[in-house]
Design a protein around this ligand. Structure first.
Ligand code: ADP
Ligand code: MG
Length: 256
């Protein structure tokens, strides 16, 4: 794909909830995102996999505008991502993000962690925000921990709180960047189960993970990235059983 390719390719805007067209980013000389074209439709679950340094985190961070891009466009619901100010804060609420490290506020209770954004950004009343937060904490299985502080919870519980916190903003799409890679093995499943549930309920999701079980169960498409490029894009069945490129074959041979 080249920069001169017309925007009438199947990835053009209009039908996608998140549409990236010819997205490029450089860190100095390093072209960390190269000509990325990706359309994520409403309700779709995309799993992004690829070796370390492929640009997966940068891609996620660009979609909620934690990083700027140097060329190309990203739209959410047909609108270009805002550059600054209130519109940018609103965008961050609409694009929920869950990181490898849970990033909860250590000096706030679990309940406060989940109500803070809705009260400050969404301007919800405290009572309404708390009711909704409790519902969400129940949904991710930590409702009984609402009065505790993050350090009193296990990593798996904290990560489920982080998911509830993102959901409390009523996001249009959820981004997950290796949400289970900092967890002890026994806690991975409880987090993946919450994510599978979300997928079943129709949430649009972009998930960077090497959890192949999750990809097979929940992904509509697997996007394989290497060296800043999308190298392959396929259904999970096809990708795992019949990878097309040497890069993907080599990667899969190392992780499967
Ligand atoms: P991945 O998540 O796939 O491991 P990243 O998106 O984190 O990859 O990084 C892609 C490349 O960009 C890597 O080579 C990384 O070293 C580089 N990189 C990431 N962030 C920065 C930064 N802030 N400044 C310079 N280089 C960076
Ligand atoms: Mg990463």
């Amino acid at each position: 794909m080249t920069a001169t390719e017309p925007a009438s390719a199947p990835t053009s805007s209009g039908q996608g909830l998140v549409v990236l067209s010819d997205v490029n980013k450089w860190y100095g000389e390093l072209n960390v995102l190269k000509d990325i074209d990706l359309t994520v439709r409403k309700g779709e679950v995309i799993v992004v996999i690829g070796p370390s340094g492929a640009g997966k985190s940068t891609l996620c961070r660009a979609i909620n505008r934690l990083e700027t891009i140097d060329r190309g466009t990203i739209t959410l619901d047909g609108q270009p991502l805002p550059q600054e100010g209130k519109a940018l804060a609103a965008l961050r609420a609409e694009v929920g993000m869950v990181f490898q490290s849970f990033n909860l506020f250590a000096h706030k209770t679990i309940l406060e962690n989940v109500t803070l954004g809705p009260i400050k950004v969404r301007k919800k009343g405290k009572a309404e925000a708390e009711t909704r937060a409790k519902e969400l904490l129940d949904r991710v299985g930590v409702g009984h921990q609402a009065a505790k502080y993050p350090a009193q919870l296990s990593g798996g519980q904290q990560q489920r709180v982080a998911i509830a916190r993102a959901l409390a903003m009523d996001p249009k799409v959820m981004l997950f960047d290796e949400p289970t890679s900092a967890l002890d093995p026994e806690m991975i499943k409880e987090v993946l189960d919450v994510m599978v549930d979300l997928a079943k309920q129709g949430m649009t999701m972009i998930v960077v993970t090497h959890e192949m079980g999750f990809a097979r169960t929940a992904a509509d498409r697997v996007v394989f990235m290497a060296d800043g490029q999308i190298v392959e894009e396929n259904s999970p069945e096809e990708f795992f059983t019949n990878p097309q490129t040497d890069r993907a074959k080599d990667f899969l041979s190392k992780i499967l």
